[in-house]
Design a protein around this ligand. Sequence first.
Ligand code: SAM
Length: 410
Amino acid sequence: MSKKYSDIKKKLKLEITKTENNDLAHLTHFFQNHKNGVSQYFRPTAQNYLEELHEDLSIVSEPDFQYYLPIKWDIPFPPTSNPKFKFIDLFAGIGGIRLAFQNLGGKCVFTSEWDIYSKKTYDANFGEVPFGDITKIPETEIPHHDILLGGFPCQPFSIAGVSKKNALGKAHGFLDETQGTLFFDIARIIKHKKPSAFMLENVKNLVSHDKKKTFTVIKETLKELGYSIHFKVLDGQHFVPQHRERIIIVGFRTDVFNNEETFSFPKMGEQKFALRDILEQEVDPKYTLSDKLWNYLQEYAKKHKAKGNGFGFGLANLDGISRTMSARYYKDGAEILIPQEGKNPRRLTPRECARLQGFPDSFLIPVSDNQAYKQFGNSVVTPLIQAVGKNIVKEIIKINELKKSQIAVH
Ligand SMILES: C[S@@+](CC[C@H](N)C(=O)[O-])C[C@H]1O[C@@H](n2cnc3c(N)ncnc32)[C@H](O)[C@@H]1O
């Protein structure tokens, strides 16, 4: 008989308390992957962990931990049962990118995120605890996958060394130049695991960052690793009532696709969204700004206007779209304020922030408001990612079917 994930968690007192300990990540990854050929990556640590936790449970040393498996996934976004492809979710946050690729029929086989509160949200929704700091995870410990996904933090590179090497007529060695950055960790995993494709997401400024050097190094590194590169700045406002521009970089392995992939970025529809469509009907008065904060924001805006600066709060037009929600929204909510009749404006509720990023209402928010604001502000417009993902997945399925038919012929 299947056991519910919530019961297993209670019984084993599975609680995410330490960020540096990957035992729970191994265990939950084993639970979700025991039948798809990648369990060997997680099984030994998962087994040790269970044995230490419950010395009397000799049952856990039985094949496939039969006491626990199979699991009935009583979570909002359970693993896909007949996956069409495998992917990994790096810098996972709360899994906005995972949600999109899971909706497209994919199975996540590895995920990493070091923030303890994001891990909690991730586990509550996907039944899997992400691994911690990616810089400490050897690429050999990551299972094979078709698509690598990640929205990584943007950091500068020093490319002085690259030009010097070029001048000396040596090989580029762009990968070396990215050492010590989080992009390097993505690149080293791509180099070792050679996924058929990847999709990376970042702020629009990545393109112009450090006089365009950062983006040049990223593109050259990815090409050097054997991928053809497609990139575009896309705006979330075609999917949700929020102006949110992000760069999406997609790559396909040249020795698999021969540069013949027919991938293109999705056409942005004409459909218009209105902020009022995502607002909750009943809102707790705690979200209304205090007189003190509201006065402060108005004074601050006045001062800046007098100096000729445009900076100020953003009183939203409910029939239009909002400004970009940032991870700092929890501070005062100034960038998106909702006007209210006869009252000070209010900030968005965490549920409204989730909707502003296209998350369905079934997505659980098990953390404080402050953490939730940070998490949704850091996340992605999931339907936009899904629209891009659809065109990537089409190519992956084509190539996987081609491979299968070639095996059948031989
Ligand atoms: C821009 S956010 C990505 C959010 C994600 N796309 C989502 O849908 O929620 C980047 C994430 O990388 C995480 N991060 C930064 N450095 C990390 C590291 N060394 N190892 C693992 N995660 C890291 C941060 O905690 C943050 O949640």
